[in-house]
Design a protein around this ligand. Structure first.
Ligand SMILES: Cc1cc2nc3c(=O)[nH]c(=O)nc-3n(C[C@H](O)[C@H](O)[C@H](O)COP(=O)(O)O)c2cc1C
Ligand code: SF4
Length: 537
């Protein structure tokens, strides 16, 4: 008998919804199909989750497919990150597929220790700022570092997890352009990024303040400064953090008023050409003592031609490092036309810029950093072969701390607390646990890079050459990476002295020899490798 009132109530709600649908004019589907039409919106809303969890194959989704995400998740949790039965990639028929060529008898003997590159560091083959004699020049301890993602686009707990993770993994965290927050101060070394709004180093009127910059970098373990010219996902575009997201904490970090729209202009006020940029680089380096570099996406090459021409003529001015971000790179929020179409993808853009430096013989004097889905070992190896000395990981590090690729970063409703300022959602992310996951992921990536380097017969990923990579054209042919990008022999490698140093560092700190004891040795020592320590050609 109790069912009758329930039925009447349900019917009244149905009639009410139907009447509202019929009378409203915003949605044609609801006017034409009252009540039933809501199913379409419900399915649309859960469509991404349905595709992600139920429909999509292992290699279908983007930016990161299920295999790639699984590799990051399992690496971050130190679970079994192997895949069974062989590749499910369409290796035979995919044009553009990069293949790494191992060597049968390489110079470097592969190691069997599971800790190689994992618990043992993998330093950069170049020192940042050494060529220019910067007072605080240094050799980064890790070739994998955390890309700039500002506090504001990421939650406080996410920034803290990445900073603690950087400390555990012995790598650098780039602050991103949103200033240096309290969440960046948990022991991880930093690269301080300066964007067009000079957040964290601006005066009350929004002008760049050298004094504030100096105070800031002295107050935290800042090891280098990066001037952001652009990023791959939205080059040439300013940014806006809406008033609702400008909390008192974000306002204090950025040096802007709370509760008001926070605008990043599209251009720098301190310089407007390559000449002015170099003056500013030298000013910042002289005043802080830190290495100073630039981050940019790649479009027109005129800027790079001007920059390298000035650096080649004028030994008094130079950037210490160049970070190239691919058009496939990530962002908290950007218009679709920019994320999809503006700026070159990483490999094409990086190779063009590298060549511009190499043609003027400047490639060995600058450290190159790459980003744009390089937190996956296969992409990273191609980047190292093309001349990257280090890689930055952005979204892959987000995955490591719990991001499920819901792609709602721009809505402030991130379900995992990674990219939101909603206090309730952010509170779900435990920085201590996630820091360990971030570090595990970075260490595992380093270990895989080491394994591939040694399979290619070299002691360090920075020594992998373009000869070790081919790009498949389809079913029957492949082209060497050097040919694809027009590289001259020797391009892509550090200078001879840097190569010798990194080989020494790697062979001094890392045990050599992954083979069983030789039958002729009573001591169990492998016979010495005659090529050990030789400098690559
Ligand atoms: C949430 C988010 C915030 C970002 N914020 C910045 C930033 O403040 N400055 C910057 O130069 N790049 C920023 N980026 C771009 C990343 O640093 C990186 O260059 C890009 O995502 C490519 O690396 P990935 O493919 O490993 O993510 C951001 C990216 C994401 C996903
Ligand atoms: S879970 Fe979704 S909304 Fe959150 S950071 Fe990842 S992609 Fe962005």
């Amino acid at each position: 008998m109790r069912r009758v009132p329930v039925l009447i109530a349900a019917l009244s709600v149905g009639v009410g919804v139907a009447l509202r649908d019929l009378l409203q004019k915003d949605h044609a589907i609801l006017r034409n199909f009252p009540v039933l039409g809501h199913a379409r919106y419900a399915i649309e809303a859960v469509g991404p989750e349905l595709r992600q969890y139920v429909v999509a194959g292992n290699n279908e989704e983007r930016p990161f497919n299920r295999d790639q995400r699984r590799w990051v998740y399992t690496s971050a949790k130190k679970q079994n990150n192997y895949f069974g039965f062989g590749t499910d990639n369409d290796v035979e028929y995919t044009p553009g597929y990069a293949v790494i060529k191992h060597r049968t008898f390489g110079r470097a003997v592969p190691r069997s220790e599971p800790t190689a590159g994992h618990e043992v560091g993998l330093p950069c083959a170049k020192e940042l700022g050494a060529v220019r004699g910067r007072r605080e020049s240094f050799r980064p301890a890790s070739v994998v570092n955390i890309s700039g993602m500002s506090f504001g686009s990421l939650s406080g707990p996410a920034v803290e997890a990445l900073n603690r993770g950087a400390r555990l993994a012995g790598c650098l965290q780039n602050t991103g352009e949103g200033g240096l927050a309290v969440h960046h101060r948990h022991g991880g070394d930093l690269i301080f990024q300066i964007g067009t709004a000079y957040f964290g180093c601006r005066d009350g009127d929004g002008r760049f303040s050298l004094d504030r910059l100096k105070d800031l970098v002295q107050s935290a373990p800042v090891r280098a400064i990066e001037i952001k010219l652009s990023q791959g996902a939205k080059p040439g575009l300013g940014g806006l953090l809406p008033a609702a997201k400008v909390s008192a904490e974000i306002a204090a970090t950025r040096g802007v008023p709370a509760g008001r729209d926070c605008v990043s202009p599209s251009r720098h006020a301190e310089f407007s050409d390559a000449d002015g940029l170099l003056d500013w680089v030298e000013l910042l380096a002289a005043e802080t003592g830190l290495p100073v570099g630039i981050k940019s996406a790649v479009g027109d090459l005129e800027f790079w031609a001007e920059l390298t021409t000035l650096m080649a003529q004028d030994n008094g001015r130079a950037v210490d490092f160049v970070t190239i971000d691919g058009g496939e790179g990530g962002t908290g929020a950007a218009p679709l036309i920019f994320t999809d179409t503006v700026s070159l993808p990483f490999q094409v853009g990086f190779a063009r810029v590298y060549k511009t430096f190499a043609e003027k013989d400047l490639h060995e004097r600058v450290a190159f950093i790459g980003s744009g889905k390089l937190g996956l070992p296969d992409n990273a190896i191609v980047a190292f072969a093309l001349g990257c000395d280090m890689i930055n990981v952005g979204r892959e590090a987000m995955l490591a701390i719990g991001c499920v690729q819901a792609q709602k970063c721009h809505t402030d409703t991130c379900p995992t607390g990674v990219a939101t300022q909603n206090a309730w959602l952010a509170r779900g992310l435990d920085p201590g646990r996630k820091a360990v996951q971030a570090a595990n992921y970075i260490k595992t990536l380093r270990r895989d890079l080491m394994r591939v380097a040694e399979a290619c017969g070299v002691e360090h990923p920075g020594l992998i050459t373009t000869d070790s990579v081919e790009i498949l054209d389809g079913r029957t042919a492949a082209t060497g990476l050097h040919r694809v990008y027009g590289y001259t022999p020797g391009w892509g490698l550090p200078a001879a002295a840097d190569r010798a140093t990194i080989i020494d560092l790697m062979t001094a700190t890392e045990p050599q020899g992954g083979a069983a004891p030789h039958s002729s040795t009573a001591t169990g020592q492998h016979p010495p490798n005659p090529h050990q320590g030789a400098i690559p050609k």
